[in-house]
Design a protein around this ligand. Structure first.
Ligand code: PXP
Length: 239
């Protein structure tokens, strides 16, 4: 089976920093440590309201990282311009509502084709690998493909609330279908030590992006140990 990559999302290191203002804890330091602990990439969401990651964090990440940066972004002209300047390895297009606490659902690639097409096109043209953060639904997979995005990330939030039920079957079906139509399939949101293995075992999934749980667990066992344990669980699920 192909190796499963781990993208570590460092947003919530910035959340803790911003609770007090100032510089600590520094998400760039967390990203460097994550790479040492076995992360294959770093994911950071520059939200429109800058509630956690800042523009300066993105600048510093692009300079400091030796592993790929995956920039999560809303499909806006402002974010597309930032992405074209920062040139991350990848950009994951997410829906964004100011009042939400986290990215609550996938983007409606099917219903918003005309709004999304110019943004996706501009990013692809800038050689940024675009992924669409979508629900595990064949219609959304077809729509992502029609937009010209090479990658999709399946939203695992519903599964995380109800592991092992029908939601796992939906993820399995979507991953197999996405792979069949030529998309690279990633997954993420709400994954923990307890629920990661069934998702990591889905053979068509190439990358998981995990953040909140890893940063929370770092309070108890340290960031490096929490990433190493997640990496080990993913590898166990894959063999
Ligand atoms: N993938 C995407 C596209 C996300 O928006 C998020 C949350 O920012 C994650 C993965 C990581 O989710 P979590 O922080 O719950 O692990």
């Amino acid at each position: 089976m192909t190796k499963l990559r781990l993208g570590v999302n460092i947003d919530h290191v910035a959340t803790v920093r911003n609770a007090r203002g100032g510089d600590n804890p520094d998400p760039v330091r967390a990203a460097i440590l994550a790479a040492q602990a076995g992360a294959d990439g770093i994911t950071a969401h520059l939200r429109e309201d800058r509630r956690h990651i800042s523009d300066d964090d993105i600048d510093r990440l692009t300079r400091a990282l030796t592993i790929p940066l995956n920039l999560e972004m809303a499909a806006t002209d402002e974010m597309a311009a930032i992405a074209r300047r920062a040139k991350p390895h990848a950009a994951c297009i997410v829906p964004e509502k100011r009042e939400e606490r986290t990215t609550e659902g996938g983007i409606d690639a099917a219903g918003q084709h005309n709004r999304l097409a110019p943004i996706v096109g501009a990013l692809v043209k800038a050689n940024i690998r675009v992924s669409m953060f979508i629900e595990a639904d064949r219609r959304q997979l077809d729509a992502s493909k029609a937009l010209g995005a090479p990658v999709v990330e399946l939203h695992t939030g519903a599964y995380a609330h109800n592991p092992q039920g029908a939601e796992l079957d939906r993820l399995r079906d979507a991953a197999a279908y996405g792979h069949r139509i030529g998309l690279e399939v990633h997954a993420g949101h709400g994954l923990t030590f307890d629920n990661v293995k069934p998702v990591a075992a889905i053979p068509e999934i190439r990358e998981l992006n995990i953040g909140h749980f890893l940063v929370g667990e770092a309070v108890f066992i340290g960031l490096e140990a929490s990433i190493r344990r997640m990496r080990a669980l993913m590898d166990e699920a894959r063999t």
